[in-house]
Ligand binder design. Structure first.
Ligand code: AMP
Length: 425
């Protein structure tokens, strides 16, 4: 599984196509659009520094938003090029296309150490369909390919997969960037033989999104702590009252099977024993993405595992926090994915923040802590604890798929370390 990285190949003077994850939020308010959060751009700097130091000619490709295969000025990467130039303190060439004559001419002019950013690859329909011709044209720009876009590595698109096949076929190298290397190190290697007690904390909205992860981690974990709306589907399976809580009734059978499996394997599977509850009123029905707007009134503490009929469980309660905190602090390896409640509403963020603090305290005592992407990372950062865990993944879907043990299309295609080197190292 060990993949070659930018540290393993000769980069001098070579044209290197680097897939990065620059899918960042933009503010279109002023006269020029601006990058609101540059964390994803900063995350690629170690790889870019390495490539520049080695005198590579660097061609960056990325996507932004969902333009649906058509150019859309609001989703142009031009503001990202400006931000990157600021961060690198050197010019970044930008052409308003990712293919064609203008791009080819700019590539020809690149000197060792120069950087250019291509326009949003999703302005072409061939990106998401992994069209062979589109991939071939992208691949013609460079000799080697680097994947540093962990957040997009679970997609088999032209710029994350097809282009690598093209470059491999013509004898080029396909290697991991340093960000992708770090993700693989924590999410795969360090979890091959995790130090015991190995504790997994899962929360968030749906059991269905995380069944694969639960199933896989039931082979290795000693303790599972469940929070968020996920917990209510398990409670329903146990015949407990869930009131108006978010549940997936069609997953009750799966929930029961998971609990049976945990019991057979002697894994402690903990559900919240108390809650914060609130009375929900639907303000707007689900939109195209299935998101509804709900107003919550009368938030209150609810002792016991049953939720009253007119209430919805919105956070874990104090007794649960005390129990989960104790478990976290006695673990040696912790994996956390998903918030414990509707943490976007400050009234219901307490359980998630308490878990974040416990994970940070455990880390300070030497526990290895790995936090999966998306909302748990956001919660950690909001609590100012981002620097106090061993590792925060930059990928949401991609990190879940790796934890499930799946091979990601953009990783699988990378050149592997020769077998002898792997055995020796
Ligand atoms: P996920 O993307 O599956 O990790 O889910 C994250 C979402 O789960 C967040 O937007 C939370 O607001 C939501 N969530 C967490 N706990 C609850 C709950 N008890 N009821 C409804 N939504 C929840």
């Amino acid at each position: 599984m060990d993949k070659l990285t930018v540290n393993d190949i000769d980069l001098k003077g070579k044209r290197i196509l680097v897939r990065v994850d620059y899918n960042v939020p933009l503010d279109h308010g002023g006269s020029e659009s601006k990058v609101v959060d540059d964390a994803r751009i900063k995350a690629t700097l170690p790889t870019l520094d390495r490539l520049m130091d080695q005198g590579a000619r660097i061609i960056l490709s990325a996507h932004l938003g969902r333009p649906g295969g058509r150019p859309n000025p609001k989703l142009s990467l031009r503001p990202v090029a400006a931000k990157l130039a600021d961060l690198l303190a050197r010019p970044v060439a930008f052409v308003d296309d990712c293919l064609g004559e203008k791009v080819e001419k700019t590539v020809e002019l690149l000197q060792p150490g120069d950087v250019m950013l291509l326009e949003n690859v999703r302005f072409y329909p061939g990106e998401e369909t992994n069209d062979a011709d589109f991939a071939a044209r992208l691949g013609a720009l460079a000799e080697d390919w680097v994947n540093d876009a962990f957040g997009a590595a679970h997609r088999a698109h032209a710029s994350t997969r097809g282009v690598a096949e093209v470059i491999s076929r013509k004898g080029g190298r396909c290697v991991a960037g340093l960000l992708v290397e770090r993700e693989l190190n924590f999410l795969v290697k360090k979890l091959e033989k995790p130090e015991s007690p190995f504790l997994v904390i899962l929360g968030g909205a749906k059991v269905s999104d995380k069944i694969g992860v639960i199933d896989r981690l039931l082979d290795k974990a000693d303790v599972l702590l469940i929070g968020g709306a996920m917990a209510y589907t398990f409670k329903l399976a146990l015949g407990l009252g869930v009131g108006k809580s978010l549940v997936e009734s069609d997953r009750v059978k799966t929930a029961r099977q998971i609990m049976e499996k945990a019991q057979q394997r002697g894994i402690r599977f903990l559900l919240p024993s108390d809650h914060t509850v609130a009375a929900p009123t639907l303000v707007a029905p689900p939109d195209g993405k299935g998101k509804s707007v709900i107003k919550f009134d009368n938030p209150r503490y609810n002792r016991g595992a049953d939720i009253p009929d007119d209430y919805e469980g919105v956070d874990i309660g104090l007794e649960t926090v005390a129990c989960y905190t104790k478990e976290i602090e006695s673990a040696r390896t912790v994996v956390w994915n998903g918030p414990m409640g509707i943490f976007e509403d400050a009234r219901f963020a307490g359980g998630t923040v308490a878990v974040a603090e416990a994970v940070a305290r455990a880390t300070a005592q030497g526990t290895l802590s790995i936090v999966g992407g998306g909302d748990s990372v956001r919660a950690l950062n909001e609590a100012g604890l981002g620097e106090q865990v061993s590792f925060m993944s930059t990928g949401g879907g991609a990190s879940l798929e790796l934890l499930e043990g799946k091979t990601l299309p953009g990783i699988e295609i990378l050149d592997s370390l020769p077998a002898q080197a792997e055995a020796a190292g």
